[in-house]
Design a protein around this ligand. Structure first.
Ligand SMILES: O=C(O)CCC(=O)C(=O)O
Length: 338
């Protein structure tokens, strides 16, 4: 291929060889069912106890849920989608100024997942940004489209508040003090992946993103309302999570699985492609501070259940995660106590 990225405006008539998965790893789209009972939690509900119960049930059974009345304004969401679309429509030469395949960069346009490590590529381009503290990172963000910095900063602030609110609810749902998770995770980083999945000539042969869990604490995902593509693993079967108007999809990440001593699941999820329309998704990740020590609180082990994972710092975990391929075994398996 001539260009390193896919978002060049060129439509492919067949899938380039380097994206074709071996037979046994293909998405088998005809076997995927619709997830009819995705938990949708109304954060505007006046009964806090009910919200906490719903979160407990969702995190235990699914590892993900959707939230409505989440406090992020419709305007912030609409503008965020607008600027994401505009960015990926920029001329490829303009976008390539930001290209890097080095995961340690705090801003980069890239493609697939980890192009230097993986054997088969994924049908995705993405712009990855560090977003907290804003004043540290915004100066390095794209100056084009001109509204990018303002729009994305505003969106990040609103989403961060939602994340903190959810972490309080999740703490309480585990029987912990409301601020527990937030205080253990320290001054949390915030990253964003603006994902762009172009129309794909052969969606049966490849992924936008293969099945993976998120290495961070909590993911707040905004899905394209018009184009479905997210699937999660439920009871060992892939199910489609269709976009719900005005909702964010919330994923429990690996750090909350470890902190909850395995009670809550960091859910396997993947993004598939389609032949017709590009799809955009915007994932915001709340990440523990590098030196946060991830270890289950006493309250979750004092019934005699042993710590499932050894204690580790987030820096140690994150380094391990990016040294691997996305679709290998769950990275937490490497931290399991024997
Ligand atoms: O595009 C999606 O729906 C999923 C995105 C995702 O899993 C990610 O960015 O880690």
């Amino acid at each position: 291929m001539d260009s390193k990225v896919l978002s060049t405006g060129v439509r492919y008539s067949s899938l380039p060889e380097s994206y074709v998965r071996p037979e046994s790893e293909r998405p088998r789209l005809s076997e995927v069912s619709q997830c009819e009972d995705v938990p949708v939690i109304d954060l505007g509900c006046e009964d806090r106890g009910q919200i906490i119960q719903q979160i407990r049930d969702a995190c235990t059974a699914y590892g993900f849920f959707q939230v409505t009345n989440h406090g992020v304004s419709g305007e912030a969401i609409e503008k965020m989608f607008g600027v994401a679309n505009e960015f990926f429509r920029l001329p490829v030469e303009e976008k390539m100024k930001l290209y890097s395949d080095d995961p340690s960069k705090t801003i980069r346009l890239s493609t697939s997942f980890n192009v230097k490590k993986e054997k088969v590529h994924n049908w995705r381009d993405y712009l990855r940004l560090h977003c907290y503290p804003l004043e540290q990172y915004v100066p390095e963000w794209p100056a084009n489209p001109p509204s990018f910095k303002d729009t994305v900063s505003n969106y990040c602030e609103e989403v961060r508040q939602l994340g903190h609110r959810l972490q309080e609810l999740i703490s309480e749902s585990l029987g912990l003090e409301r601020p527990y998770i937030k205080s253990v995770l320290g001054e949390q980083g915030q990253h964003m992946a603006i994902n762009y999945y172009p129309p794909c000539p052969e969606p049966e042969l490849t992924y936008g993103l293969p099945g993976h869990t998120d290495p961070n604490a909590l993911t707040i995902l905004l899905q394209d309302l018009q184009v479905a593509g997210l699937q999660v693993l439920k009871d060992n079967k892939w199910v489609a999570v269709n976009p719900h108007p005005d909702a964010f999809v919330i994923n429990i990440g690996d750090q909350l699985q470890a902190l909850s001593n395995g009670r809550y699941k960091s859910v396997w999820h993947r993004a598939i492609t389609n032949t017709e329309r590009p799809r955009i998704s915007i994932a915001s990740f709340l990440c523990p501070s590098d030196d946060a020590l991830i270890s289950p609180p006493k309250g979750l082990t004092d019934d005699g259940s042993a710590a499932v994972y050894r204690s580790f710092t987030y820096a140690e975990y994150y380094k391990k995660f990016w040294s691997r391929n996305l679709d290998q075994e769950h990275c937490l398996e490497l931290f399991k106590n024997n």
